[in-house]
Design a protein around this ligand. Structure first.
Ligand code: PEP
Ligand code: MG
Length: 585
């Protein structure tokens, strides 16, 4: 009988909204115990062959997953499996293992494990964030190969049964990317912040997800009933009948609401007093464009391009042209805002960054990397301009903190245009160049920036972290990460006021842009464009259609005078309860 308590409730961070109820699949990477076994001389070749067959089988399985991910999310995302394939096919690894089997008569399991131990030590001595990530890939391979050699079944993440909740300590991007089928209903992880790769992919897949839930894995057994409450950031393991009944009700309500929203997704995003709000999509993985189109997005407000740089090699100009063109064609004639690579911080720039930084979020990140590696940056700018041939592109610069950076970027953009012209390649001329407002210095100098930038996009995820000095990925300080802090609201207002004064558009592309409980406040603060995970568009649109701009402004004015985030939230809660009157029902 299990010694685990019957019902466990854990608090974490809400990383993707919605409720999911299902049976747990505990994704453990525990290595099975390896028995010491000597192989007799006449069995050595058989053992070597068993090892090679297992490697072959593992490589085949990775290739299969890669194909599935490629079909579902596109080739670019599938490339993250290339690192694992390279490891399974590593010639040195094979040679060392085979030598150990043949010369020391070790079993395949033992020989492989000893070889990997040496490889792991090599990885650990390198102070590189990306290689640390590759270490998890290596551990994953070790796990898969040893289980197979041991005769255990491996349940791959993409072959799970219906209504599964994936419970794990953490998930690699390669693992998260396998969860897109219909079987997985939700995710609960021990660690992670709302902007980790796992969170971003989970949101794109529309899977209710709670991260940073602490002892989730330790408290769950595969087969347990688990509820993931992605709205409240809570995980219920082996819930009582009462809790289960309550959540089934909520789930039915959620499903009804989703059906209603789907039926109404063609309606315009207009307030009751006839003010139109432009709803745009954030695209993190290419598959999201279809959802964006289906949900009536008026364009892509931010296409995060980092995933292209997550592999072993930098993408070529042609590869980038292809990736961007796919999105631009799917979205045409609506514009696509492509953000130049925002590597650094928690997004690993392995090919470029071979040192670790004490404060990566304050370090070599975003535009800083771009301007320090102008050739690389120009390749991306050229690829974006060339993709513009198929529709309309706009370029968005991340992590800008000074006007010098914007000016240098603009001159590199001019150089890229001149080169393309000279080479006779087709491209989009007069491409708008916008600035992410995510460092407080830009918000404070918005008036000056608005005279040189073509548009602003408020990156509230970072703006909040830099304004409040709270690490956005650290679950311990998560309660301090407050989107409603009056300092943040006042900065947003300053940016929209400057944007309006200089006639440039201002959008919000941080997570708050897709949070229905913040919509009225943002409208009231003067935001006229909201960019969000495409699955969130219908819900935000409903809020817009049920309010008036004058009510939103009234709410925002009061909030701007408040002294704490708590006061703001309480005020908004009361305001939401009061349905504004207006022209339309
Ligand atoms: C932001 O900071 O709000 C943003 C949209 O960018 P990212 O989350 O990719 O840093
Ligand atoms: Mg950012």
């Amino acid at each position: 009988m299990s010694s685990k308590p019957p019902y466990v409730e854990l608090n974490g961070i809400s990383a993707s909204p919605g409720i999911a109820i299902g049976r747990a699949f505990v994704h453990s990477k525990e290595i099975p115990p390896i028995r010491r076994r000597r192989v007799s001389a006449d069995q050595v070749e058989e053992e070597a062959e068993r090892f090679l067959n297992t490697l072959h089988q593992t490589a085949e399985e990775i290739r299969r997953t890669r194909r599935l991910v490629s079909a579902e999310h596109g080739e670019d995302l599938a490339q993250i499996f290339d690192a694992q394939l390279a490891m399974v096919n590593d010639v040195e690894m094979k040679k060392t293992t085979l030598r150990c089997i043949r010369e020391q008569h070790c079993s395949a399991e033992r020989a492989f494990q000893e070889t990997l131990e040496q490889m792991k030590q090599g990885f650990a001595s390198i102070e590189d964030e990306f290689l640390r990530q590759r270490l998890s890939d290596l551990l994953d391979i070790e796990h898969q190969v040893l289980l197979r050699l041991n005769g255990n079944d491996i349940q791959a993440l993409h072959t799970l049964r219906a209504n599964t909740i994936v419970v794990a300590h953490d998930l690699l991007p390669s693992e998260s990317a396998q969860l897109g089928g219909r079987m997985v209903k939700g995710i609960a992880l021990d660690v992670g912040g709302s902007t980790s790769h796992a969170a971003i992919i989970a949101r794109s897949l529309g899977l209710p997800t709670v991260l940073g839930a602490g002892k989730c894995m330790e408290s769950t057994e595969s087969g347990d009933v688990v509820i993931v409450d992605g709205n409240a950031g809570r995980v219920h393991i082996r819930p009582t009948d009462e809790v289960l009944r309550d959540y089934r009700l909520r789930l039915r309500r959620q499903q009804r609401r989703e059906r209603d929203l789907t039926a109404r997704r063609g309606l315009p995003a207009v307030t009751k007093d006839d003010h139109t709000v432009i709803l745009l999509a954030n695209v993190d993985v290419p598959g999201e464009v279809e959802i964006a189109v289906a949900n009536g997005a008026r364009g892509v407000g931010m296409f995060r391009t980092e995933y292209l740089f997550m592999g072993y090699q930098l993408p070529s100009e042609e590869e980038q042209v292809e990736a961007y063109s796919r999105i631009v064609k799917a979205m045409a004639p609506q514009p696509v805002t492509i953000r130049t690579m925002d590597l650094g911080g928690d997004k690993l720039a392995h090919v470029l960054n071979s040192f670790s930084e004490a404060n990566p979020y304050l370090g070599w990140r975003g535009i800083r990397i771009c301007l320090d590696t102008p050739d690389l940056f120009k390749t991306q700018l050229r690829a974006i301009l060339r993709a513009g041939e198929h529709g309309e592109v706009r370029i968005l610069l991340p992590m800008i903190s000074s006007l010098d950076e914007l000016r240098t970027a603009r001159s590199l953009l001019h150089e890229a245009c001149d080169e393309l012209l000279e080479e006779g390649l087709a491209f989009q001329q007069n491409c708008l160049l916008g600035v992410m407002v995510e460092v407080p210095s830009v918000a404070l100098m918005a008036d000056d920036f608005a005279q040189e930038a073509d548009f602003f996009s408020l990156g509230t995820n970072d703006l909040i972290q830099y304004t409040l000095a709270v690490d956005r990925g650290n679950s311990r300080v998560a309660p301090l990460y407050d989107a409603y802090h009056p300092a943040v609201l006042r900065l947003i207002r300053q940016v929209t006021t400057s944007g309006r004064a200089h006639g440039i558009p201002v959008s919000v592309c941080g997570e708050i842009g897709g949070d229905p409980s913040a919509t009225v406040l943002l409208l009231g603060l003067g935001v006229e464009r909201l960019s969000m995970s495409p699955g969130l568009i219908p819900e935000v649109k409903e809020v817009i259609r049920s309010t008036t701009l004058s009510h939103a402004r009234e709410q925002a004015e009061k909030c701007l005078e408040m002294k704490t985030g708590t006061e703001v939230r309480e005020h908004l809660k009361k305001g939401l309860a009061r349905k504004p009157s207006g022209e339309r029902d």
